[in-house]
Design a protein around this ligand. Structure first.
Ligand code: DGJ
Length: 721
């Protein structure tokens, strides 16, 4: 079936209007089409990206004088706009002029081959159409066929262009403990750049994902929207050039600043992928396409529901020991949790990890804290019917560590400069471009699992940027390869780990959500959304993050009140209701809960187990944004067959005469009747308990579900009858 589909998608057509011998390629997903023309001797042109069309409609595209833009503009010859590629050839010539030499389709892949008109310099453009979601991945393979080395100055992954007046962009940015803040603004003439220069943590500030809304101000569940995500673990740049209000061109790839890359004769360079989708169902449609792609293709173990865990960090920070861990294990077991994770603080011999100034790299148990080591912790968890996980920060060391004493040449450094140190005044980044360091990082995980075969989970943290730009492994003429080779080394190490340990659950963390990027997701099961566990701020952080990432991957923990980051006091129900919209966990000492709270937490964990498949595997519909809801916010999750759903609404501000909005649902079957049940309502009565409504009514007319106090919330479960 797939074969017929792809053969049909590749169809030469002859046109008399403005196009002679146009050969058109259709990259089709179930609901979308990207149409390019690929005439030999000229450049590939993008003509259409939108709802799926048939080949007979190609003429309409040309007749409508739609877009006609170079799919991979190169510097120096024909393009005075932003370029995707810039090369210094072996003879010093800085111009490149690409022309198509052929194109083919193999299964889901479309490959367009280009060659410079004067040089043996080759570029292949790849487009992969996912048949189970509406995401297209595009990337580029660049090959040096010249006789001497060439230098890639700019090497983007992909390009998308559109013509639309009044388009808006949605993008995400932030900082530690305030990640993924959303900004929505009209695209105005000029260049909008979204960039990351951290070197190590690709999402520490800006995020590499954007949405472009074609019908004005972005709407959640209506309007045409294009979504784009650069899948890369390192520095990146997304450029959005707007010309004359109408034409918007997105060029995305590895950031070219300080990353010129030399290719020897015969060598090739494969860029990371740019993932694209198009939806007529607003931003929510784009999100659901990315979530589905995550489940089916990109996220490690994307169909496996995640465990409910207790992480030790906010409970005891680095003061871990056997006794306190066992108390926490007892606590989470009593509440119904399934996994205990010991966070930072468990390791270090000569340099004990008693604070953040030392010990990273010395991955042996601190026997003063844990006399019988990790095996005893694991056994204690097992005795309680819990799985066990452990924290590491493998790409890092401290200047106060046995590792650094033994291998000072393994850290990123410049020989003529003093080291710039990070966290604790001593933290340093290991040189992942060095194969010996890659082997060492692999061995950290390998040794942990070999020593503890039942180890279930690892939290892989990363808390520093690339402060010292220099590698003693790379030769002096290749120092500009550092960021790229660091991340290639990291990725190949992660690949090795995954090849050997496919079932190990691994959480991605970087001082919170500093690495949330699709480039990491094939190796990780989930990520820590933020070090900010304040439920009110989490509404915003999680809202932003969910635009591109599936809930099953979003680690959301209930923590203590007052909250450790903000000091805010929030009732336990609200904290649970906010955390339940992702992978639920806890991050506190359960023994700090009073009896009433403990009973509540037990019910909440049991309830989450019931709704977990709907939350983690269902479709997410964001409804009322916290950015616009005047102190209110809501979202819901619906199973693919629309037989079950869970609706959440929150009130996080309060003043006199603040009226609760009418709640309109989405994603339900309009013709079905649903019975509603409420989970532990914070209002006085379970008003909707047992009542039935049609899907149409719930979506069109909606419910007046009152929320009276600040931090009140409702969770309503819907079942089709
Ligand atoms: C930063 C992480 O985000 C926290 O959750 C915790 O693991 C600390 N690092 C430990 O140092």
């Amino acid at each position: 079936m797939k074969k017929i589909f792809s053969l049909l998608a590749f169809c030469p057509l002859l046109f008399s209007v403005g196009k002679l011998s146009a050969k058109d390629v259709f990259v089709n997903t179930p609901k979308t089409t990207l149409m390019l023309s690929v005439n030999e001797g000229s450049t590939p042109r993008i003509h259409y990206y939108g709802s799926r069309i048939s080949h007979s409609q190609a003429q309409e595209i040309y007749d409508a004088m739609s877009i006609n833009y170079d799919a991979y503009p190169a510097f120096g010859r024909t393009s005075f706009d932003e370029t995707a590629l810039s090369v210094t050839h072996a003879d010093g010539n800085m111009s490149t002029e690409l022309a198509i030499t052929g194109s083919r389709q193999e299964g889901d892949l479309t490959i367009i081959s280009l060659k410079d008109k004067a040089y043996k310099f080759f570029v292949d453009l790849y487009y992969k159409a996912n048949s189970e979601s509406d995401v297209i991945e595009t990337w580029t393979v660049i090959r040096n066929g010249e006789k001497k080395p060439i230098r890639l100055e700019q090497y983007a992954s992909g390009v998308m262009t559109l013509r639309q007046e009044g388009a808006w962009i949605t993008h995400f940015h932030g900082t530690w403990a305030a990640e993924s803040q959303m900004t929505e603004e009209p695209l105005t003439p000029g260049l909008k750049t979204i960039v990351n220069h951290d070197g190590v943590r690709t999402a520490m500030d800006d995020r590499a994902e954007v949405m472009i809304s074609l019908d004005g101000k972005p709407q959640e569940n209506s309007g045409r929207v294009i979504g784009a995500a650069l899948c890369w673990t390192g520095n990146y740049k997304l450029r959005l050039e707007t010309r004359g209000k109408y034409r918007h061109t997105l060029i995305a790839g590895i950031d070219e600043l300080h990353t010129a890359y030399t290719l020897r004769p015969g060598e090739s360079f494969q860029t990371p992928e740019l993932a694209l989708t198009y939806s007529t169902e607003g931003k929510g449609g784009v999100s659901r396409a990315f979530h589905r792609w995550g489940h089916n293709v990109k996220l490690h173990n994307g169909h496996q529901v995640r465990d409910i865990l207790l992480n030790s960090w906010e409970g005891v920070y680095m003061n871990v020991n056997q006794e306190v861990c066992e108390q926490m294990m007892d606590g989470i077991r009593e509440l119904g949790g399934e996994l205990f994770v010991v966070d930072d603080g468990w390791f270090g011999r000569k340099y004990r990890r008693t604070d953040d100034t030392q010990g990273l790299g010395d991955w042996m148990t601190d026997t003063q804290k844990l006399p019988d080591g990790v095996p005893a912790l694991l056994k204690a968890a097992e005795d309680r019917g819990l799985k066990f996980g452990i924290w590491i920060e493998p790409e890092m060391t401290n200047s106060k560590s046995e590792l650094y004493e033994a291998h000072p040449d393994w850290v990123l450094a410049h020989p003529t400069r003093e080291l710039s140190k990070g966290r604790g005044g001593t933290q340093l980044v290991l040189d992942m471009s060095n194969p010996k360091v890659q082997d060492y990082v692999f061995s950290i995980v390998d040794n942990l699992v070999k020593g503890n075969p039942k180890l279930h989970y690892i939290k892989w943290d990363c808390n520093m940027s690339m402060n010292n730009y220099g590698s003693s492994y790379l030769t002096s003429d290749r120092q500009s390869h550092l960021v790229v080779d660091f991340h290639r080394g990291l990725r190949s190490t992660l690949e090795r780990i995954r090849a050997k340990y496919p079932d190990l659950v691994i959480q991605l963390c970087a001082g919170g959500g500093g690495r949330v990027n699709w480039g990491f997701m094939p190796y990780f099961d989930e990520f820590w959304v933020s070090d900010d566990t304040d439920a009110q701020q989490r509404l915003f952080i999680q809202w932003g993050t969910s635009h591109f990432f599936p809930t099953m991957a979003m680690a959301q923990h209930v923590s203590a009140s007052p909250n450790h980051q903000t000091g805010r006091i929030i009732p336990l129900k609200f904290r649970f209701d906010v955390a339940m919209t992702g992978r639920l966990g806890m991050e506190m000492k359960p023994s700090d809960l009073n009896d009433r709270e403990r009973e509540y937490a037990k019910k909440a964990v049991a309830f989450y187990k019931e709704i977990r498949p709907v939350i983690q595997l269902g479709d997410q519909y964001r409804l009322l944004s916290p950015y616009e809801g005047n102190g209110f916010c809501s979202q819901m999750f619906v199973t693919e067959d629309k037989s079950e759903a869970v609706f959440f609404c929150y009130k996080f501000e309060h003043y006199v005469d603040l009226h609760t909005p009418r709640w309109h649902m989405a994603g339900l079957d309009p013709d079905a009747t649903y019975r509603l049940t409420e989970f532990e309502c914070s209002e006085h009565e379970h008003y909707f308990e047992g009542k039935t409504f049609s899907g149409k009514f719930l979506m069109e007319t909606g419910l007046d579900a009152n929320l009276s106090r600040q931090f009140s919330s409702r969770v309503i479960r819907l079942k089709k009858i």
